[in-house]
Every structure is written in structure tokens, then in C-alpha cells.
Design a protein around this ligand. Structure first.
Ligand SMILES: [Fe+2]
Ligand SMILES: [Fe+2]
Length: 280
């Protein structure tokens, strides 16, 4: 069996990775349901007190900068809206998935990149209105785009750790060494898992192609997200490896250099102010 087939098998047999964390998938489907009410969502989330507390902490962070303190879940839902709450629940659920893995040190660096990417991707979408990208969908894309690395590390720790070290030394990028070792990349593995989890097909496709030349707005946005993270130390990858398609991505989203500089300054501050809370 090839590595992809073997991995798909391992994922299907895994308690943790076979499906998206229950609370996240439930909240995602609730938010898509036209009949859902804020009260129903509140009732479902509030059963989990830890989750509720985490959502409230994030809702009060500089990421959302509420004008008055958000004191309850009900308040958070009415102030931020269902789509934002879905993003926060997803973030908390995925974070616990990273936290429960071995190889703690690398997992925490992977988490730093995932959480920062979620915030960065959402912020770019909000700042570049002309691109007409859904900010919460881009949050999901940022959060999950490198999930394939987590899968490699979980199922092949002995083969994957040396690759991580090479990347951390600045010698190479993930795709190059993954292709040599496994014949496939974390982008393809991530797309396979997210497809298995039932995520929307445009997210699955953008994840699968996130290290190729960008061809649409979503692919351009995830490219810019990785450039930002590599440049500002939210990534293990040396910036030179992420810069290849920067110009293409900026052109696709009609962002000129001044605008890009302005957007990055804004995001840098937002991330710095929330870094402890996000664990980045
Ligand atoms: Fe990647
Ligand atoms: Fe990345």
C-alpha cells in the first residue's frame, strides 16, 4: 500500500483523527442550519464549561476588541454572531487536539503557526474587502491548512522528526523533504483528512494546493498568510521558501505593496496583543 492509502487507513482507525472533534463538527453544522437559534447554540456550548470559558476569553481579547466586556456566552453570541462563535469553538477544539499529542515541543510550534495563521488569514480577508473572501471561512482555512504535518508527526514520528529538524535549521522546506521521504506532502495529506472530516470542498482544495502557485483568491490568501508567518516568526520555515509566489498572490488579490505593508502592521499588533491567549 502506498503512504497515502496507509495513512487513510490509520486515520479511519484512529479515535482522535477519524472525525473532526465532535463539538466543532456539531457547532459547524448548527451554524449552517437555517433554523438554528442563538439560544440553541448557547445551550449546546454551555454544557462544556471549559469550552465556554475559553470562548469568552477569546471573545474579550484584542482580536475582537469588544467595546464593553463580554460577560456571558449569550452576550458573546449576540455581540459576535454565530459565524464568529463557530470559529472560536473550532479553534478551542483543534487546540486540544494538538495538546493531546506526543512530541510536545514540535506540536506547540505547529500550534503557534496554526493559531497565528487563522488570525492572519481572517484579518487579511477583512482588510482586503475587494477580494470578497468570507473571513470566517478563511479563519478555518488558516487554522487547518498545515494539519497534514500533525498527521505525519502522529503516525510516523521517527521518520518525520528528522525532517522537522532540517526545516527548523533553515536548510529546506517541508514539501521537499516530505516528497523525498514519503512521496507525498503535508498539503495532500491535510486535504485528505479534511475531506474525510467533511469540510467544504473549496477549503479542502485550497489546503491541497497551498504550496503551489496560487490560482484563486483563497490560494493567494493562504500564500500571503504563510509569508506573513514566516517573516514574523510564527512559522518554522525560513521566509525564503515562502516568498516564491508572493508577487503572484498580491496580484491575484489586487494588493499593492503599500497596502500589504499596512495590512501586515495591523495584523502584527493584533497578534502580539493576543499572543498569550492564543498560545502563540
Ligand atoms: Fe504548508
Ligand atoms: Fe503553513
Amino acid at each position: 500500500m502506498n503512504v497515502m492509502g496507509e495513512l487513510l487507513q490509520k486515520i479511519k482507525e484512529s479515535d482522535e483523527f477519524a472525525t473532526m472533534p465532535h463539538v466543532a463538527s456539531k457547532v459547524m453544522s448548527m451554524v449552517e442550519d437555517p433554523d438554528v437559534t442563538a439560544a440553541k447554540l448557547e445551550k449546546f456550548i454551555s454544557v462544556d464549561q471549559v469550552l465556554t470559558a475559553e470562548v469568552l476569553k477569546l471573545a474579550n481579547s484584542p482580536l475582537y476588541a469588544p467595546r464593553v466586556p463580554i460577560v456571558s456566552l449569550k452576550h458573546a453570541i449576540s455581540y459576535l454572531g454565530l459565524a464568529n462563535i463557530r470559529s472560536l469553538v473550532l479553534m478551542v477544539a483543534i487546540r486540544s487536539l494538538y495538546g493531546s499529542q506526543k512530541e510536545k515541543e514540535v506540536m506547540s510550534l505547529f500550534w503557534k503557526h496554526a493559531a497565528a495563521s487563522a488570525v492572519v488569514a481572517r484579518s487579511i480577508a477583512l482588510s482586503v474587502k475587494e477580494a470578497d473572501l468570507n473571513a470566517e471561512e478563511m479563519f478555518t482555512l488558516g487554522l487547518l491548512h498545515d494539519f497534514g504535518k500533525v498527521v505525519f508527526l502522529k503516525f510516523y514520528p521517527d521518520r518525520y522528526m528528522p525532517l522537522v529538524k532540517k526545516v527548523a535549521n533553515g536548510e529546506t522546506d517541508f514539501c521537499t523533504v516530505e516528497k523525498e521521504e514519503f512521496g507525498i506532502t503535508h498539503a495532500e495529506v491535510g486535504a485528505m483528512v479534511l475531506n474525510q472530516w467533511g469540510l467544504p470542498i473549496d477549503i479542502v482544495n485550497a489546503v491541497g494546493k497551498h504550496h503551489r502557485p496560487p490560482e484563486n483568491g483563497m490560494e493567494a490568501l493562504i500564500c500571503l498568510t504563510n509569508v506573513f508567518c514566516a517573516t514574523w516568526d510564527y512559522s518554522m520555515v525560513d521566509p525564503q521558501f515562502e516568498m516564491k509566489y508572493l508577487k503572484m498572490a498580491l496580484d491575484l488579490l489586487s494588493i499593492d505593496e503599500d497596502k500589504w505593508r499596512e495590512v501586515t502592521e495591523e495584523i502584527k499588533d493584533k497578534l502580539k496583543d493576543s499572543s498569550e491567549l492564543l498560545g502563540v
